[in-house]
Write a protein that binds this ligand. Structure first.
Ligand code: UDP
Ligand code: MG
Length: 318
């Protein structure tokens, strides 16, 4: 029987402590499945500033299933995953984080669903051990995004821990936008989806790489790349304000014509200028967000550059 090949895709940024632990854990799972599947581990070193690259070299020296792509700088996890999808050679790709927050023990369940014929098997967090604030804001954000866009109607409990069939991987790679919100892209490509529940764990080592600013940028990317609702809102707002302004105009005119109005209404004028100025700037800002993204995408820059593959600086493929 022909064994099918599974690529485990792992983006890693400053994960020198977590990687050896990750490798040991994953080896256990791969060992139990090795009679049915061939495995490939594909690490993306996303411009780490610590010894991550050395650790990957060492891992490859003792385990030939380990492959690593060294990115030319830090691009962020979304672009890192794109590089992984571009270079993965497996019949399916399983994406998971290097910090073991997503337990590799779930992999057999995912593979079982894949064998049933599902193309996109996504891990579904049972419970999130996060601060109340982070949880509430994340839930609110996903509700809002789902309301604004037909692309993204996933529950907020699905993350980047998922198994993608080769067909899905090719589809995701074909979407070359450089401001990526991968969670939304999984929805865009379609194919048959199935959930697999899992419990999210604490990070084994190191610190979370997300800074508030990066999270905010991702949140804005999520909205602007999957919805034009903010633009519509701006025009609705403009329409409403114009309507009110027109009514008020008539009131002022009639008042002036019928009763004669000596100069007054200074507070009204100040309020109007401030309010309208605010609305106009807000609408401009929304347009600017989209314009900026159009500008960046029209450059058609390759989304990333690779420094080396498995230590070879001239390699472009695995
Ligand atoms: N990561 C990356 N590039 C970055 C930031 C993070 O490749 O610029 C990787 C990181 O090494 C980890 C995964 O993305 O494997 C998720 O990051 P993290 O665990 O810090 O996020 P959290 O789980 O806290 O949301
Ligand atoms: Mg994590």
């Amino acid at each position: 029987m022909n064994k099918r090949k599974v690529t485990l895709l792992v983006p890693a940024y400053n994960e020198e402590e977590a990687l050896p632990l990750f490798h040991a854990e994953v080896c256990k799972v791969m060992g139990s499945l090795s009679d049915r599947y061939d495995f490939e581990l594909l690490f993306i070193n996303d411009g780490s500033k610590d010894r991550t690259l050395e650790v990957l070299e060492q891992l490859r020296a003792k385990d030939s299933r380990v492959n690593y792509i060294d990115m030319s700088r830090n691009y962020g996890k979304e672009i890192g995953m794109l590089a992984g999808f571009d270079h993965a050679t497996g019949d399916c790709v399983i994406t998971l984080d290097a910090d073991l927050q997503e337990p590799p023990e779930v992999i057999p369940d995912m593979l079982a669903k894949w064998e049933e014929g599902y193309d996109d098997v996504y891990g579904n967090r049972r419970e999130r051990r996060q601060s109340v604030l982070k949880k509430a804001s994340s839930r609110l954000y996903h509700k809002m995004l789902a309301g604004m866009s037909r692309d993204v109607d996933l529950t907020s409990n699905a993350g980047d821990f998922r198994l993608l069939d080769r067909r899905c991987v090719d589809a995701i790679s074909a979407l070359r936008e450089s401001q990526r919100y991968t969670k939304g892209l999984y929805e865009i490509i379609g194919f048959s989806k199935a959930p697999v529940p899992y419990d999210i764990k604490e990070r084994v080592a190191g610190k979370s790489k997300w800074k508030v600013r990066a999270l905010l940028r991702l949140a804005v990317d999520g909205i602007t790349s999957h919805s034009v609702m903010p633009l519509k809102l701006a025009s609705y707002m403009g329409l409403t304000v114009s309507l009110i302004a027109f009514i008020y105009l008539i009131v002022v005119l009639v008042k002036a014509l019928v009763w004669g109005d000596p100069v007054s209404g200074y507070p009204t004028i100040v309020c109007l200028i401030l309010l309208l100025g605010g609305f106009i700037l807000l609408a401009l800002g929304i347009i600017g967000e989209y314009l900026g993204r159009i500008f960046m995408e029209t450059k058609q820059r390759p989304p990333y550059f690779v420094n080396s593959i498995n230590g070879d600086k001239r390699a472009t493929r695995l």
